[in-house]
Design a protein around this ligand. Sequence first.
Ligand SMILES: [Mg+2]
Length: 286
Amino acid sequence: MTRDIHTKPQLPKDFYVNDLKRVLTKLQRLAQDGPERLHCVFDFDHTLTAGKRPGENVGTWDIIDELLPEEGRKRHQEIFQAHRPHELAGKLTVHEAQGWWSETLNVLCSYNFNMRTAENDFLEAVTLRSGVTELFHLCDTAGIPTIVLSAGTKDVIELLLEKYHLKASAILATELEITPEGRVLGWKHDTLIHMLNKHEMGHAKLAGMREQRPNIILLADGLDDVRMVEGVDDVLRIRVVDPRKDESSAIESYLEKSFEAGFDLVIEHDLLPVVRLTEQLLGTHK
Ligand SMILES: [Mg+2]
């Protein structure tokens, strides 16, 4: 593999960009520093995943919700409605997020749903977004670590990656307590990851990663995911468009919010532009 650091990086097509100059400066840095100073941090639900039904990308928790009796779904919905407006308004505090997620997990696990059923239903409804396989292979070949950091569950993430023969360097997500038959008994409190502690630096498993590899490509769909990693000049933040049912799907407002929050780039539909971008950074673009 050769890397021509004298070639100025360009932005491949299909990216939405606000501040092109800033992005090109970051790309230049990432290209010059090379793969040995780079790692990737990926969100899971709605970022690496795509719904099989057109226009419908369901997350891990939507699938688990379906396995609850009506009373359980209602309780889950009530908890969601109590906190979601604060999240949408950008007013969610870490304390509230922790309470929200703990309460949700307590309710869901109290119904002792079967994780194997949840996993099968997940595989029925969800696939990997186009470009994910290529991106993992590219990183693997170049020795770039891939970290999946998610407020979903570790079992489901492992299952989907295994199905496509992909391996992340690390998966950080909440772990459930499950019997050998698949019955969910509870959740491991010390593994809790919610939308606001989805933060790379807070996890002992990743201690040292940033020191060795200061540059990061962050890929995520949620607005708060912008804070999954710290840093300004050494982090390229890419947002995948996947509005929830209660969010506007108008691209103009989506872009405005994304750039205002601190994302550098926005993409729609698939991750192939990220593959092209990474290839270019590695100097292997065909
Ligand atoms: Mg997500």
